[in-house]
Write a protein that binds this ligand. Structure first.
Ligand code: COA
Ligand code: AMP
Length: 643
C-alpha cells in the first residue's frame, strides 16, 4: 500500500507499526535486512529491528559512491570565521572517513568502544563521527562551549578509548583554546593517559606536540590504513549525546544504529523533502542533537549535500551572513533556531541586506530548539517568502515529534504551532494525575510507548535512570517534560517546560546545575536560578542569592565571582550574567523554593501563590527585584487558605 496522506501515514504507524516501519526500513541498506520490527522483550525498554545488521557510515557514504554518485558533493564547509570554503564529494569524504577509522583502530578503538569528540565546526568533526560509526564504535560529541568540568563528567561516564579534538574554536571575540581544556578534563576524570588525536588549526597557542603522547591528525592520516565498515546489530549504540537533566549529572542519551537510520531517512523525505541533489543547511553545531541528525546523518543518509557553517547569524560579518550562505551554496532547505532569526531581525529589521543576495534556491525554512514565536514567524515568512515550519523535538527523540510533513503532505501552517505528531509518536496531553485532558486544555505532553525508531533506547549504562526520569511520572508513557495543548484540528501548541530546564539561545541548560555551582561559593547560604524571558535568546538565566549571616561583601563583587564560577564550571554556553542578592527566597513550609512563582512574576505572568507558602511577605519584598521594570501584567491570585 502506498501512503499518500499524512492522516494515512500517522494512523497506520500507530495501528500497524511493524508494517509501517518495516516498509520505511527499505530506505536503508542493510547487511541483513530486518524481518522483525519491534523487540518488546525488555519492555518498557524497546529495541527496533532486533534481527537486522547494518553500518551507519556505509549508509551515509559508501552506498552513494557505489550507486555512482561519488562525484556529487556530500559536504560543504563554509567558515565565515576564516572567510574560506571547502567542498567534499561523497568519494572524497568516504576516503577521509575510512582513513580516520584506520587511525582510530590503530589507537585500539573497536566495536562498542567509546570515542569522545570535542571539536569546533570543522569538517574533521564530521569525519571523526562517521569514522567512529564505521568501526561500530560509539561516539559522544561534546559542545565546545562547555567547560573542562562538564567535559570531564562526560568522559567519566562514557569512559572513552580515545578523545578526538582540535586546537580550538573561533568565536567572534576570541579564540577558544581546546587543548588545555581537554588535558584538564582528562585529569579531572582521572584518565590522563587516554589517547588524544588533535586536528591542528592555525592561530592557536597549543598543538599536539605540547602534550605527552598526543597525536597529530595529519601525521596519523598520512600513514593510516583505511578501514571498511564494520557490521553492527541495528540495536547496537551509534552514539551517546549528553543533555541537561534536572540534576547536575548530564543524561547520556543513547541512540541505536538501525532505528536511527530508518527514522532519519523517513524524515528527510517526508518532513524536509530533501533527497539526492538537494542542499540542506542546518545552522546548528555538531555538539547538539540538531547537528547530529541534520548536519551529519540525515542529509548524508539521504544522499543530499550538507553545509557545515562555522559562523554566527550576525557579526560574521553582518546580518546578511545567512543569505550569503544560501546564495553561495544554493541551499534548498535551511534549518535554524528562532534565536538566530531574532538576532538577524534585531540587526536588520527590514532585512535590507537580503536584497544583495540571490536566495531563490530556498524552498523551506525549518525552525526548532525553542518555540518559534509568532512575531518571528511572521517576520521570517514575510521576509523570505517561503514556508516557515516550526517543529518540536528533543535530544531524546532525535527527530521531530511534531512537524509539518512538507514532503509527505504539506499541511496548513499555523503560527505558534509545530503542527501535528509524526508517525509513531502517540501524543497525548494529560493532567497531573495522568488523565487525558479535553481538547484546548493545557497539560503535560506525554508519548505512548513504544516510542518510534530513532528515539532514545535508554540512558548510557543507566536503565534505571531512564525509567525514573521519563517513564515513571505518568504510568506507561514517556513524559516529554513539556506542557502544551492541542487545538480542534489536532495542532499542538507547546507552552514550555515543566521542570528546571531552560532554553538559552536554543541551548538546553539546567538551572539546577547552575544552582549547584553557585551554592559552592562560601558566601552563599542559598540560591535560586530561574529562566526569565529574553527578547533575543528566548530565555536567560537569572540567579537570586541569599548571603550567609555575617558575610560582608559588596553585591557587585559577589555577582562577578558567581558569574565567573558558572563560566568556569559549566562554560560560556550557560551565558550566566545576572545575579541579584536578596534577603530571602520564597519557600513552602516544607522548604521548597517557589521557583515557578518567581519566574511567573519576572515574566509578568499571572501567578498563584501556593497556600503552603512559608512567608508571603517574601514575595512582596521580591517584587521590585524580580520585576524591576514594574511590569504590571499578571497579578497574584491568592488561593483560599494562603497565609
Ligand atoms: N565554543 C566556545 N564558546 C562558545 C561556543 C563554542 N562553540 N558557542 C558559544 N560560545 C560562547 C560565546 O562566545 C559567548 O561567550 P561570551 O559570553 O564570552 O560572549 C557565550 O558562549 C554565549 O554564546 P551565545 O549564546 O552563542 O550568545 P552570543 O551572544 O554570542 O550569540 C546568537 C547570540 C543568537 C547569535 C547565538 O546564540 C546563535 O547563533 N544562536 C543559535 C544557536 C543554535 O543554533 N542552537 C542550536 C540549537 S538548534
Ligand atoms: P534539546 O534537547 O536541546 O533539543 O531541547 C529540547 C527542548 O527544547 C524541548 O523539550 C522543548 O522544551 C524545547 N523545544 C525544542 N524545539 C521546540 C519547538 N519547536 N517549540 C517549542 N519548544 C521547543
Amino acid at each position: 500500500m502506498v501512503t499518500t496522506t499524512y492522516r494515512d501515514a500517522y494512523g497506520r504507524s500507530l495501528k500497524q507499526p511493524a508494517e509501517f516501519w518495516l516498509e520505511a526500513a527499505n530506505r536503508v541498506t542493510w547487511s541483513s535486512a530486518p524481518e522483525k520490527a519491534l523487540d518488546s522483550g525488555r519492555a518498557p525498554l524497546y529495541g527496533w529491528f532486533p534481527d537486522a545488521v547494518l553500518n551507519t557510515s556505509f549508509n551515509a557514504l559508501d552506498r552513494h559512491v557505489l550507486a555512482g554518485r561519488g562525484e556529487q558533493e556530500a559536504l560543504i564547509y563554509d567558515s565565515a570565521m576564516l572567510g574560506s570554503q571547502r567542498r567534499y564529494t561523497y568519494a572524497e569524504l568516504t576516503e577521509l572517513v575510512a582513513r580516520f577509522a584506520g587511525v582510530l583502530r590503530q589507537q585500539g578503538v573497536g566495536k562498542g568502544d567509546r570515542v569522545v569528540i570535542y571539536m569546533p565546526m570543522i569538517p574533521e568533526a564530521v569525519v571523526a563521527m562517521l569514522a567512529a560509526a564505521r568501526l561500530g564504535a560509539v561516539h559522544s560529541v561534546v559542545f565546545g562551549g562547555f567547560a573542562p568540568k562538564e567535559l570531564a563528567a562526560r568522559i567519566r561516564d562514557a569512559a572513552p578509548v580515545a578523545v578526538v579534538t582540535a586546537s580550538g574554536g573561533i568565536e567572534p571575540s576570541r579564540r577558544v583554546e581546546y587543548l588545555p581544556a581537554v588535558a584538564e578534563a582528562l585529569e579531572l576524570a582521572g584518565v590522563p593517559d587516554t589517547p588524544v588525536l588533535v586536528k591542528d588549526r592555525e592561530g592557536f597557542a597549543a598543538s599536539a606536540a605540547d602534550f605527552r603522547g598526543w597525536l597529530d591528525w595529519d601525521t596519523e592520516m598520512a600513514t593510516a590504513i583505511p578501514a571498511g565498515p564494520v557490521d553492527v546489530s541495528a540495536t547496537d549504540p551509534l552514539y551517546i549525546l549528553y543533555t541537561s537533566g534536572t540534576t547536575g549529572a548530564p543524561k547520556g542519551v543513547v541512540r541505536d544504529n538501525g532505528g536511527h537510520a530508518v527514522a532519519l531517512a523517513w524524515s528527510m523525505e517526508n518532513i524536509y523533502d530533501v533527497g539526492p541533489g538537494d542542499v540542506m543547511w542546518t545552522a546548528s553545531d555538531v555538539g547538539w542533537v540538531v547537528g547530529h541528525s541534520y548536519i551529519v546523518y540525515g542529509p548524508l543518509i539521504a544522499g543530499a549535500t550538507t553545509v557545515l557553517y562555522e559562523g554566527k547569524p550576525v557579526g560574521t560579518p553582518d546580518a546578511g551572513a545567512f543569505w550569503r550562505v544560501i546564495q553561495d551554496h544554493k541551499v534548498n532547505v535551511l534549518f535554524t533556531a528562532p534565536t538566530a532569526l531574532r538576532a538577524i531581525r534585531r540587526a536588520d529589521p527590514e532585512a535590507k541586506l537580503l536584497a544583495g543576495y540571490d536566495t531563490s534556491s530556498l524552498k523551506t525554512l525549518f525552525a526548532a530548539g525553542e518555540r518559534l514565536d509568532t512575531d518571528t514567524y511572521h517576520w521570517a515568512a514575510g521576509t523570505l517568502g517561503v514556508p516557515v515550519v516550526d517543529h518540536w523535538w528533543q535530544t531524546e527523540t532525535g527527530w521531530a515529534i511534531c512537524a509539518n510533513p512538507r514532503g509527505l503532505e504539506p499541511l496548513p501552517i499555523k503560527a505558534g504551532s509545530p503542527s501535528v505528531p509524526m508517525p509513531g509518536f502517540d501524543l497525548r496531553i494529560v493532567d497531573g494525575a495522568g488523565e487525558e485532558v479535553a481538547g484546548g486544555e493545557e497539560g503535560n505532553i506525554v508519548l505512548g510507548l513504544p516510542l518510534p525508531p530513532g528515539t532514545l533506547t535508554t540512558l548510557w549504562r543507566n536503565d534505571d535512570r531512564y525509567v525514573s526520569s521519563y517513564l515513571q511520572a505518568f504510568d506507561g508513557v514517556y513524559a516529554t517534560g513539556d506542557s502544551g495543548y492541542r487545538d480542534d484540528d489536532g495542532y499542538l501548541f507547546v507552552m514550555g517546560r515543566t521542570d528546571d530546564i531552560i532554553n538559552v539561545a536554543g541551548h538546553r541548560l539546567s538551572t539546577g546545575s547552575m544552582e549547584q555551582v553557585i551554592g559552592q561559593h562560601p558566601a552563599v547560604a542559598e540560591c535560586a536560578v530561574i529562566g526569565v524571558s529574553d527578547p533575543l535568546k528566548g530565555q536567560h538565566a537569572s540567579g537570586y542569592v541569599v548571603l550567609k549571616s555575617g558575610v560582608q561583601m559588596a553585591d557587585t563583587v559577589l555577582a562577578q565571582e558567581l558569574i565567573a564560577l558558572v563560566r568556569r564550571d559549566i562554560g560560556p554556553v550557560a551565558d550566566f550574567k545576572n545575579v541579584t542578592v536578596v534577603d530571602a527566597l520564597p519557600k513552602t513550609r516544607s522548604g521548597k523554593i517557589l521557583r515557578k512563582t518567581m519566574r511567573q512574576i519576572a515574566d509578568g505572568e499571572e501567578y498563584v501563590i501556593p497556600s503552603t507558602i512559608e512567608d508571603a511577605g517574601v514575595i512582596d519584598q521580591l517584587m521590585g527585584v524580580l520585576r524591576p521594570t514594574g511590569n504590571s501584567d499578571g497579578a497574584p491570585s491568592m488561593p483560599a487558605g494562603a497565609s
